[in-house]
Design a protein around this ligand. Sequence first.
Ligand code: AMP
Length: 429
Amino acid sequence: MIRAIRGTRDILPPETALWNFVEAAVRDVFRVYNFHEIRTPIIEDLDLFRRSVGEETDIVYKEMFAWEDRGRAESEKGGQWLALRPENTAGVVRAYIENRMGERGLLQKLYYIGPQFRRERPQKGRYRQFYQIGAEVIGPLAAGSESPAVDAEVLALLAALLNRVGIRDWKLELNSVGCSEDRPRYNQALRNALADTLGKMCADCQRRAVTNPLRVFDCKVPADQPIIEALPRISDYLDAGCRSHFAALRKILDAQELPYTINDRLVRGLDYYTRTAFEFTHGALGAQNAVLGGGRYDGLSEALGGPRAPGIGFAIGEDRLIMTLGQSAEAIATPPDVYVAPVGEGMDPEAAGLAEELRRHDLVVELGNESFRLKKSLETASKLGARFAVIVGENEVKSQSFALKNLGTGEQVSVARGDLPKTIQANRT
Ligand code: AMP
């Protein structure tokens, strides 16, 4: 038997109803914040992720699905290296640059919903194909893209979005990770601090300390945590610009009464983040408790060869968001309003006609096959959770009056064809 690939899974009905509910709700929130959808390709040039996410991140170093594409002309030396996108910010910024989206001088407020791919060790809440709902606000400096007011709006949108889907007990953790000016000073301080203790740390940390010491904070090895806890704090290394940006953001959040806690160990997993970094967590998720993360990436466009275009974005793990909902899919899925049961020979065309008519009245109709066994048809209708069954037999067709059975109460009445839609609608919950 051929099975779904490790770390991937089928999302089946009725669970898909939950996914649709979430996606419809978030689209609605994006709409009132005047965000617009962007769809970028799932495959991109591998270099895009090397240059944006960073060579030294776990995502690029260990988890990328990448391959040399053989599709190029035989005459060309080697193929192009392609990758399945492990996240969507890089693709959106590439699209911003390639399509010159900043040229009108406006802020681009973009959102996406789609699959991402990382070769992680699969476990509950962690998949190799997972889904993200994300947004990016990016634009030229003159459009105000660097303003802390943009950060505040993004955080307000996120709070609205979580509240809208029914997640109330979220926690917002906030930090400033500084910028390209103060990062080297902080990195040096980390290297100095790590110099003595490094031998006691895990192999990953030993590597990170040399290449990108900030990544040490990604370490999950328990024995390393006391050493990490004692490392210098980034808040002591921010320059005046970063400090006042962060203070201005906090002022707006306080005025809006948007609750947050400062976590100065929050550095986020990717290289391109500057200044504001944040995560929303939720207790129900245990070890994998980050529902979403994001932050500012003021230098990313330039790192990808584009114009100066500061930006801020986030990605919500849709799989985890849905786990957090704790809502049963059955409660959301809509069962059919009515099961149309053709009973007796030659009744299929009659039943099909009636089903079409009821559907035009926006009723959810399941159409049975011609059968001589009424009992069997009613059993199927009940299994499907239909509220009503309408029986289409020879007598009914002649009189144009149909037996309508309420499958909840067992009550059966005869209803004129023209009255069927409103009788069924009246009993909709
Ligand atoms: P990141 O792009 O690493 O900042 O991740 C953003 C969000 O995506 C996280 O907070 C998770 O909710 C989700 N996420 C990341 N990796 C996975 C994964 N392998 N499986 C499921 N969700 C994930």
